[in-house]
Write a protein that binds this ligand. Structure first.
Ligand SMILES: NCc1[nH]cc(CCC(=O)O)c1CC(=O)O
Length: 307
């Protein structure tokens, strides 16, 4: 191994930096003597905060600067929240490792349960999945757009811009704020595909980096993430598509739960499928099962419904 430090690219937000540090620490523990340099970038998704992400270009805005740096060799690998990484990646970039998945749940901040909200309450979120899922349970409530990083959103809640907000337990935990909010049971409220996973991407031809990253790959988390991403790919969903999904590990198999919603939450279809890890046909069959049951109000948000 040469002594050249590895360059790790990351967004600059406090959560992204915490995730980058976790990746660096794991990598350095696995390879004593290795030096990893953290290279932060201000992502477009962090600059434009007055409009919903889905309107301004979607998840690509979280990765596009780092994608260019990675493709040009400016960095050796990039660390991302897996749920922010688009399903289709540029040629020349691939997920090389996934860190052990953190708490997958969403937490409710501001009230202990959706049922406890007063009629007409304001729910602060800009995620189509969280909005649709909340309206499914509480059609009387209103959605208030709530962009920005975790601290910004908690600040908006504090300032009274909404009565309640929804955040990922994983993000709060990584920011040292796991005491905030009430976790929602995934049996009732599913998280986003990939939530809680940290995905590490490199250039597939870069054997040195890929080899070093292989040592910190968490196989079960990686298999779950691939299953959830295969489901998204088969659905042809985008960031406007209210979709929730979660993989469980049971008896050596993967159990993939998924739900699709109409944007107003009025309609919901859900299904579960069991299959062996690494089997891409399981998620594709689940996608078909969901779309077969879906009404036009749901189906128009997915492109994967070919027949
Ligand atoms: N959408 C932003 C984002 N991307 C990843 C996380 C949390 C960490 C994770 O899900 O792994 C968050 C914050 C949130 O949804 O509360």
């Amino acid at each position: 191994m040469t002594d050249r430090p590895l360059r790790l690219g990351t967004r600059r937000s406090p959560l992204a930096m915490a995730q980058a540090e976790e990746a660096r620490d794991r990598l350095c523990a696995a390879h004593p003597g290795l030096t990893v340099e953290i290279v932060p970038v201000q992502a477009s998704g962090d600059k434009i905060l007055d409009r919903p992400l889905a309107e301004i270009g979607g998840k690509a805005l979280w990765t596009k600067e780092l994608d260019v740096w990675l493709l040009e060799g400016e960095i050796d690998f990039a660390v991302h929240s897996a749920k922010d990484v688009e399903t289709l990646r540029p040629a020349g970039i691939a997920i090389a490792a996934v860190l052990p998945r953190a708490d997958v749940r969403d937490v409710l901040v501001g009230v202990d349960s959706l049922a406890a909200l007063p009629p007409g309450a304001r729910i602060g979120t800009s995620a189509p999945r969280r909005a649709a899922q909340a309206l499914h349970f509480r059609p009387d409530c209103q959605i208030v757009s709530f962009r920005g990083n975790v601290a910004t959103r908690l600040g908006k809640l504090e300032a009274g811009e909404a009565d309640v907000t929804l955040l990922a337990a994983a993000g709060l935990e990584r920011l040292g704020q796991s005491d905030v909010g009430t976790p929602l049971d995934p049996a009732v409220w599913l998280p986003a595909p990939g939530q809680g996973c940290i995905a590490i991407e490199c250039r597939p031809g870069d054997d040195r980096t890929a080899g070093l990253l292989a040592a910190i790959d968490h196989r079960a988390s990686h298999a779950a993430l691939l299953a959830e991403r295969a489901l998204l790919a088969a659905l042809g969903g985008n960031c406007h598509s209210p979709i929730a999904a979660l993989t469980e590990h049971r008896d050596g198999e993967l159990v993939l739960h998924a739900a699709l919603f109409s944007p107003d939450g009025g309609e919901r279809v859900a299904a579960t499928m069991h299959f062996p890890a690494g089997d891409a046909t399981g998620p594709a069959e689940l996608a078909r099962l969901l779309l077969d049951q879906a009404s036009p109000a749901i189906r128009q948000h997915f492109e994967g419904f070919a027949s």
